[in-house]
Design a protein around this ligand. Sequence first.
Ligand SMILES: [Zn+2]
Length: 330
Amino acid sequence: MSRSLRELPKVHVHVHLDGSYPLPAVQALARRRGAAFAVPDRFETVWDFFDAYGTVPQLVEDLDDLAGLCRALVRAEAEAGVRFLEPAIEPQLYAPRLGSLETVARATVDALQAAGAEHGIEVGANLTINTDQDEAIAAELARIAAVLAGRGVTALGTAGFVEPAGLARFAGAARIARDAGLQVVSHAGQTGGPESVREALDELGATRISHGVRAVEDEELVARLAAERIVLDVCPVSNVALGVVAALAAHPAPALAAAGVPVTLNADDSLWLGSDVVAQYEVAREVWGLSDEALAGLAGAGALVPGLSATGRAALETDLAAWLAAEAAA
Ligand SMILES: [Zn+2]
């Protein structure tokens, strides 16, 4: 028998809040609304996936509902062995219905922080701009991120399944975040090619890339990511479910890690994909054939995520060593 992947200390930092609430918590909320909620076994197209995605925020009627879902998420992540959780939050999914962008963002990070304290894990937040939104909303989100830097927000992100050229239009927002000491985390190299990753690095000053798997198509870029210690927050099960990668066995993460690129494993949208962070490590062990040392190496890449405190980083490294040192369960 091998070591428990649930007990492997992990960071989990590519987690879209609104696609990651635990199913029982969403079902309980739906019942309170007099509705049923189920996750389809499969989606005909990726667009059906994104349509379904919007149904959860609609169940949320006030900030208490939202806080309850945040608490449920943090609890589930703590139970999955997550030591640092940095959900991507999009207050724009709830504002102005539940309040201003800033009110919703504050309520979200407060709920996440309180739940982190309750369950003994560190929690940050990646305040995320959707790339189909305009520069004005982006600038407002960046302003809010800057206000909440040090109070629960640890990054400013950009996200969008289709990665069009033109990330440069968010350069002003990215600058506001960087000036506030936040890192910029950009979705790129998922549907967009290596050029989208370069654009995130060069135009936004991104220091982490959400996905980034298509960087593997460009040797020079892979060497740059390794040299600059740019972390790729990859999501193997999501990539296959959404047709980005043909099969788990063909996923580029092991090759990227072998080339020296820091890679973390993440669930992306565990509610809709039915696959949590532990399942990503199961893929790494069972499909990619990685040893426990290599799995601990992937988990250890999480130490490079700046949102994690120095204390949290030291504890992660100590606990990873302890996980490896412990005899595999009989
Ligand atoms: Zn994502």
